[in-house]
Design a protein around this ligand. Sequence first.
Ligand SMILES: Nc1ncnc2c1ncn2[C@@H]1O[C@H](COP(=O)(O)OP(=O)(O)OP(=O)(O)O)[C@@H](O)[C@H]1O
Ligand SMILES: [Mg+2]
Length: 482
Amino acid sequence: MIGKVISINGTPNTSEFWFVVTGRVLKDEFVSVDVEGGKLLGRVDEIASGNDYFSVPETIKEFSPEEFFPTDEWEFSVAKVVPLVVMPSKKRLLYPVHPGDKVYKASEEDVRAFYSFDERGLFLGSMRNGIDVRVNLTKLFQKHLAILAMSGAGKSYLTSVIIEELLKREPSRSLAIILADVHGEYVQFYEDKKFRDRAELFPVDEIKIATSNLSSSWPIFKSLTAKQKMVLDSALRELRADKKAFSIDDLMEHLSAVNEKTRDPIISVLRSLKSMNIFGVYDNPSINKICKQGQLSIIDFSKTTSQRVRQIVLYYFGHLLFSRRIEGIVPPFVLIVEEAHNFAPQNVEVERSLSRGIIEKIAREGRKFGASLVMISQRPVHLSTTALSQCGTKIILRVTNPYDIDNIKKSSEGLDVSVLSRIPSLSVGEAIMIGEATGYPLVFNVRKKEVMDSKRSFDLEKLAEEYAKEQKRNDDDLNAFM
Ligand SMILES: Nc1ncnc2c1ncn2[C@@H]1O[C@H](COP(=O)(O)OP(=O)(O)OP(=O)(O)O)[C@@H](O)[C@H]1O
Ligand SMILES: [Mg+2]
């Protein structure tokens, strides 16, 4: 027992009660009180200390009470509790607890049941009271997940932990993981002995989209007129009928018979596509290679700075994944998108957000088909609200920008002020999970990751040294020539 319910300021009532603390208790800890139908679970929302010896300023100013009285003995603490639910039914409290009721520390079992933790779930970290956070896979992913925080708060670190958990499962109980890695931050999965056999790396300069799969409905052709689109589609049709595979050059050549006025705008778009170096004769990788149960496929975008290239690649593979999943040809998958605000930006015309459509489509329709999305962003304000509002679970790490906090609040039902106010003071690796996965906001510390650190260094001094070394090598090469 850690205390007894007291009767002050209109409490206990159904939304609040106070107890005088006789044991050890900390803010945010869970407590329980026996009630009709089971045990009421509550969260300690505030703790206050009092001591009547020190309650009158004039007296304290005149003399020091502690010199004359055993003041220590008069010190007491009271704690405010917000009732949550009655266990095991998880029903709301409809009648208040009684003054004099005994207050206990909540049992681990009740806390785990309250958050619907799953013994076989994904082990993401631990709560302050030491309870492991194990989240059910379906609850975490089915209605999509958003990981939101400011730069450096630990989003990619947490994402690595989530990936580890998926890779450690039996492939038959896991998903295919496809990761859009903008900075090459996840390459370590491919380099680390422990995970290498379950990770595949697809550097952007080796990725190719089969030209035969182009169609005028792609947003890259939005500038073309209806007639030009028709001409393009019939050229594609003819070539497909003609031979199995062809290149952009073949397509341009095939169009040479068309009159200039219609042809030139098409050729101009095709030329710009060609210059991106991502169109070929065949798809590389094939969809079966990129979408395998229990395998992490890293699409490494670090070798391109072109937002357009990244968006087209994600547009293409996103569509392919989704349609093949609907057909049941590929396994259930989770598509993890780093810097999601760059792939699905809000308030940006379609030419500059080619991949937004497919991300929003998976967000809206994916759950019925086992097509899940994890969106990671340090600027949720710029992230498609359609996509973000479909995320059933959000994990929020430290955010200090008031606009971003406000945005998170607007897109998250049931996020009360007491939780919201904690977001700016979270430390690195400390997270709040809200939504489907746990049902009630859960504060936890992300566990240590197992995968080794990336060999790629983002340390400024090291980058400077590497640059100098590279320059010297170039100079030496040049001197050898002369
Ligand atoms: N749970 C954690 N435990 C220990 N170290 C952590 C934890 N989370 C993050 N870090 C460390 O904090 C630093 C920043 O983490 P991380 O790269 O994951 O941030 P981020 O939110 O992805 O930032 P950015 O928006 O810049 O990509 C890293 O050096 C990482 O090792
Ligand atoms: Mg990151």
